[in-house]
Design a protein around this ligand. Structure first.
Ligand code: ADP
Ligand code: MG
Length: 751
């Protein structure tokens, strides 16, 4: 039998279900006892550091003031002492290269003393700067290999932490990764820069609005992570999942998500045990995991933390992914973060909940109680409307990837057209502002954006329109297009920067208008101007409706960039380069290097998929099909002849019955023959398309990146899909005991 391994894997599932385990009734540790126990956070620093060193460090963290190297020396010493008390012998500068993953290089605290003994040593210099040989990281032409060095720089604002293994631990220090010439080679550097830009712009607007006491404005983020969990033993038999993160072949399970019974369903016990370990690990790492639930597709789940300052939330998101993957292995699962691992059921996204604010003014997207607050709220909201309209193509580009292409625009995720949902109430208010006809509010108080009479806005606290890529959800915006495997840094950089540019625009315009108008009138006019120019990005309807695709493009001139092939080049569009470089977030060189890296990633991913598909077809699907053909031939040959009408059997059952059975035997023979012919046909078809894929995957190497991407999406991907359809037809036809690959129903329904 060809499916012995598959059967073994299925049998091994039984022992993993914890059905025999008795629930633990003893008290587990209280949350505050484990909270941040693996983080060198402010309270621990305070315990380890002299007061003046602690205060200086705290000031750096809170205000972004430069760090003094003497302080760094003492912090390093303290950090090492604390880490050693946690079993660490190594430290690592963790950084976030443009692959979207986390990267780490480990160094020991070891030093040899003059007597030849070992001493533990860690200095401010080592803490502040690392020099990984970075030649193997994609840099998009920024560095050539002979000047390969990049350096990692300690990000004081994101706390150091400990990662444990069964026989030790490592002190991990979040860092930015830059080239010798200062170019950002990572995801963190631009995010930090975008926060600086946002702060500058927001301060200008807040000051014009009359605030004297304006603290540093930050961006905040609460990222929701969707993922699949399948049994590791089954995953191990699927080279496609192992190497590409998704199934390249596989007939749909007869039951999918049509009953909606998985969404918010009871979490399987084995999964809950896994989740609990993930969450406990996260709490120890100071990551505030908050929500867990079953998602729409079978075997799909979600985890969401409480929101944090965007930079920390981003590091924590990366760490959450690492923890999900590691703990999954420990529990015999594979955690799949690909955007579309299984055809026919929903894929996974990463919703980015985003807001901006500071200590004194609070959340700037919070509709206020007083007219003054509301004018401010509307102004910041208008800033977002302008940003999403003007830089919609950038927002589309930062969520573009080969894997997210499988999800966006399907009826499970927002369309590729970037529009914005505001909710009925806010849309009405902005509509009236645009028409210069502010009608009385429903609360009967006169609605006037001026400052005197604006009532409390009764806004929808949360929207139920899940079809919009970008939605106002009461006091924050939710960007829903990001894919489950992507770093949230890119989208946050785009949001912060576009917002900074819009806030500068608003500040400039207000300053101009204030020469002739009072503040109320100036605000009203700016709001109106923004709505006239950018209001068409607001769309509260059904984003899945095919009519919307037409209307968005034809009537509203919104960009429809269906795949990464159209979207990624937007990183080099003149408005994007102008905006990001003038704000000091990303230079033209950095942007074009990003385009190059992401485009190459796109091309290589499809190349790898093609290779894996070729391998699976050659070594698994075709052999199974041939075996079955052989089986069919044997069956056909071995069919015993129908005994003649003269035979004793025929005589015994009588002529009428004999005739009936003769028909049945003939029909069965016909069925077998037709089936055999169909199988022959499918097998031949498969061989032909496979040969074609082998031929055409080798072409097209010398073209520009744009052309190569285009080739992939127009030539390779369709052929891959064609091959998949034939494989799935074969899977539907051949006996189960010949099929070597774990099936969709086994992978999705067996936890
Ligand atoms: P949903 O209803 O969209 O599934 P969840 O509760 O799963 O919502 O996730 C909402 C996320 O939004 C959480 O991470 C939450 O902390 C975050 N969030 C709440 N308020 C804000 C805010 N002001 N800024 C940023 N994120 C926020
Ligand atoms: Mg959610």
């Amino acid at each position: 039998m060809s499916n012995t391994e598959r059967r073994k894997a299925i049998r091994s599932l039984q022992s993993k279900r914890h059905i025999d385990l008795v629930p633990n009734m003893d008290c587990v540790e209280r949350m505050y006892e484990i909270w941040a126990s693996d983080v060198f956070d402010l309270p621990k620093m305070q315990g380890y550091l002299p007061a003046e060193v602690y205060n200086s460090l705290k000031e750096t963290i809170e205000t972004g003031k430069a760090l003094n190297i003497d302080v760094a020396d003492q912090v390093a010493e303290a950090m090492m002492e604390w880490a050693i008390s946690k079993n660490a012998r190594y430290y690592s500068h963790v950084f976030y290269p443009l692959t979207g993953n986390s990267a780490e290089k480990h160094d020991s605290f070891i030093n040899i003393s003059s007597q030849g003994g070992v001493i533990e040593h860690f200095s401010g210099k080592l803490l502040v700067r690392g020099e990984p040989d970075a030649s193997s990281f994609p840099s998009g032409g920024i560095r050539s290999t002979f000047e390969a060095r990049g350096y990692t720089a300690w990000d004081v604002t994101s706390p150091a932490y400990i990662m444990h293994t069964p026989n030790g631990a490592t002190l991990c220090i979040p860092t930015a990764f830059v080239s010798w010439t200062g170019e950002a080679l990572d995801k963190k550097t631009p995010l930090l820069r975008s926060d600086v830009a946002l702060n500058k712009a927001a301060q200008r607007v807040l000051k014009i609005l009359g605030h004297d006491n304006v603290d540093k404005v930050n961006s905040f983020c609460g990222p929701e992570q969707e993922y699949f969990l399948i049994d590791e033993a089954l995953a191990a038999l699927r080279p496609d999942i192992l190497l590409t993160g998704r199934t390249l072949v596989g007939k749909s399970s007869a039951k999918g998500q049509e009953f909606g019974d998985h969404y918010f369903g009871v979490i399987p016990q084995r999964v809950q045990v896994f989740m609990q370990e993930v969450e406990d690990t996260l709490y120890r790492l100071g990551i505030p995991a908050k929500t867990r639930h079953n998602e729409t597709a079978p075997a799909q789940y979600e985890i969401a933390p409480l929101f944090e300052v965007a930079n920390v939330a981003t590091d924590h998101q990366q760490l959450t992914v690492t923890v999900l993957r590691t703990v999954a292995k420990k529990h015999g699962f594979m955690c799949i973060l690909h955007e579309k691992p299984f055809a026919g059921v929903n894929g996974s996204g990463k919703h980015i909940n985003w807001s901006i604010g500071n200590k004194n003014q609070g959340n700037l997207f919070e509709p206020g109680e007083t007219p003054q607050d509301n004018a401010q709220f509307l102004l910041f909201c208008a800033g977002v409307i302008r940003s999403v309209h003007k830089y919609g193509h950038l927002l589309r580009a930062v969520v573009a990837s080969v894997s997210n292409d499988h999800r966006l625009g399907g009826h499970e995720a927002p369309p590729a057209i970037i529009s914005m949902f505001l909710g009925e109430e806010l849309t009405r208010v902005f509509g009236q502002i645009k028409d210069g006809a502010l009608a009385p509010a429903q609360t009967k108080t006169t609605l006037h954006v001026g400052v005197d009479t604006l009532p409390k806005l009764p806004l929808d606290s949360a929207d139920r329109n899940r079809t919009s890529p970008f939605a106002f959800t009461g006091n924050r915006f939710e960007f829903r297009s990001a894919g489950s495997s992507q770093s949230i840094a890119g989208p946050l950089v785009a949001l912060n920067s576009a917002m900074a540019e819009s806030l500068h625009y608003i500040a400039d315009r207000l300053e101009q208008l204030l020469k002739e108008l009072d503040l109320n009138a100036a605000i009203e006019l700016v709001l109106k101007e923004i709505m006239v120019e950018h209001g068409k990005v607001v769309f509260n309807g059904n984003g899945y409706d095919p009519q919307w695709q037409i209307q968005a493009v034809q009537e509203r001139s919104l960009a429809n960039l269906p795949t990464a092939v159209e979207a990624l080049p937007m990183l080099k569009s003149p408005e994007v380069v102008e905006m990001l470089s003038s704000l000091g977030v990303l230079s033209a060189t950095e942007l074009s290097s990003r385009f190059e890296i992401y485009a190459e990633h796109y091309i290589k991913s499809i190349e790898v998929e093609a290779k894996v598909l070729i391998e699976i077809v050659r070594t698994q699907v075709l052999p199974a099909a041939f075996k079955h053909l052989q089986q069919c031939a044997l069956w056909l040959n071995e069919q015993p002849e129908m005994p003649s009408m003269e035979s004793p059997l025929a005589k015994k059952i009588g002529a009428e019955a004999w005739l009936k059975y003769a028909d049945i035997v003939n029909e069965n023979q016909d069925y077998l023959q037709v089936h055999w012919l169909e199988m022959q046909n499918l097998t031949l078809l498969l061989q032909k398309s496979l040969r074609k894929l082998v031929d055409i995957s080798e072409q097209n190497k010398d073209e520009s990146l744009e052309k190569q991407m285009h080739y992939m999406v127009t030539k390779i991907l369709p052929l891959q899909n064609e091959i998949r359809m034939v494989c799935d037809a074969i899977e539907s036809e051949i006996p189960d005991d010949l099929w070597p690959l774990p099936t969709y129903s086994e992978m999705l329904w067996m936890l």
